[in-house]
Design a protein around this ligand. Structure first.
Ligand SMILES: C[S@@+](CC[C@H](N)C(=O)[O-])C[C@H]1O[C@@H](n2cnc3c(N)ncnc32)[C@H](O)[C@@H]1O
Length: 376
């Protein structure tokens, strides 16, 4: 399989096209706004922009060779719809109108709601014609606009609803429905490769602690797909907890999850976990000590999320390894001081979830922790 940068197409052999398309559809990464193309012996299936590690997972899941193809980053039909909108607004108000400048150049769709970037639709607010055009062209009933994130400890998105009053939307991924209040929580699309990796774990009989549960991005795959026995979900944002509870109920797994509202440093139980998820970036270090104490006395695995910067001229993989080793050393020291001097840990896997441009990588470092209780 060829690996390259983010892609908008997955290319497989023609005879496997349909099966792969259906699979991508269930994962909610199939881009329904574009058509699958058959070119010679291959089928080109349009997907939302995804990264190489995700492609690798797909090829494993689908059980077929996935050849990737570089393609323009803008989805053609998405672009078409934006162009249609622009043409219609020009027809109504003329090319020089401020309203034309004010139109979005990109968007996200959630059910019947369109979410546009923060800098647009500032002047269109008072123009019902523009809103009517948007609803018609994008087949939506609600319009929302992103806003700068509030600098509170929750980093709330402060999304404005420009049309409509119901802020609840949902997104289905890998068979799981994630409801959330678009005004108060964000949907982290970028973590899909990690969510799929978690879904493939076999956690039968295991107790998992998720220290940064959000609306359940990892809690749900642990319970629904990885078959965890129980999950303790810590989350300090009330709105996310509200969504998390709804999502657990929709998935029929609420009995298997204890939701702990509050700072994980205060609410996380000790000595219960076979596995601890630390999904906070750029660093989850504030809760490493909590994670170490959450592990059972038999030890377990920590999934430590972190961002790593690769400086110009440095080798990417050596940087990842160096960062993983540094984290391992620090957590090893915590294990020794908190759980017994002979306790130790080891890096068992480094997963690259996403890259932010060429230099910053979101990694998950898997650490196997051994706890050796002092015996005098
Ligand atoms: C970036 S989100 C991650 C959500 C999910 N793990 C993911 O990767 O998509 C981090 C979440 O952790 C929560 N959080 C941050 N610090 C926390 C703390 N000390 N205790 C409990 N929750 C916290 C935030 O409110 C947010 O919902």
């Amino acid at each position: 399989m060829k690996m390259m940068g983010c892609t908008n197409y997955i290319v497989v052999e023609k005879r496997q096209g349909q099966k792969c398309r259906e699979y991508l559809e269930t994962l909610q990464v199939y881009d329904t706004s574009r058509k699958m193309l058959v070119v010679g012996d291959t089928a080109e299936i349009p997907v939302i922009s995804i990264n190489p590690s995700f492609i690798e997972l797909i090829s494993e899941f689908v059980g077929m060779k996935v050849l990737t193809k570089e393609s323009p980053s803008l989805v053609k039909d998405q672009k078409n719809k934006l162009e249609i909108l622009r043409a219609e607004v020009i027809k109504l108000y003329g090319e020089t109108s401020d309203l034309v400048e004010d139109l979005p150049s990109t968007y996200e769709l959630y059910n019947d709601l369109i979410l546009v970037p923060s800098q647009c639709l500032r002047k269109c607010d008072q123009s019902p014609e523009v809103f009517a055009l948007i609803c018609d062209i994008f087949s939506v009933k609600r319009i929302a606009r992103k806003n700068a994130v509030v600098n509170d400890k929750f980093r709330s998105p402060r999304t404005d609803l420009l049309l409509g009053s119901d802020p609840w939307v949902w997104k289905k991924e890998n068979g799981i429905k994630y409801n959330f209040n678009i005004r108060k929580s964000m949907f982290c699309r970028g973590n899909i490769s990690e969510k799929l990796r978690v879904a493939k774990f076999d956690c039968s009989g295991e107790v998992v602690v998720d220290l940064f549960a959000g609306i359940g991005y990892f809690v749900l795959p642990y319970l629904v797909h990885a078959n965890a026995k129980h999950v303790y979900a810590c989350e300090w944002n009330r709105s996310s907890v509200e969504a998390l509870k709804l999502n657990l109920k929709d998935a029929g797994v609420e009995e298997k999850c204890t939701v702990l509202l509050g700072d994980n440093r205060e609410v996380c139980p000790e000595g219960v976990a076979d596995r601890v998820n630390l999904g906070l970036i750029p660093s989850s270090s504030i809760s490493w000590k909590v994670a170490v104490n959450a592990l059972k006395s038999s030890g377990g695995i920590l999934h430590v999320h972190t961002n790593v910067e690769v400086k110009a001229g440095e080798d990417k993989r050596s940087c990842w390894q160096k960062s993983a080793d540094e984290i391992n050393d620090k957590i090893c020291n915590l294990l020794k001081s908190e759980r017994g001097i002979r306790s130790t840990c080891n890096v068992v896997h480094i997963e690259c979830v996403k890259s932010y441009g060429p230099r910053i990588y979101h990694l998950v470092i898997d650490l196997q922790c051994l706890i050796m209780v002092k015996t005098e």
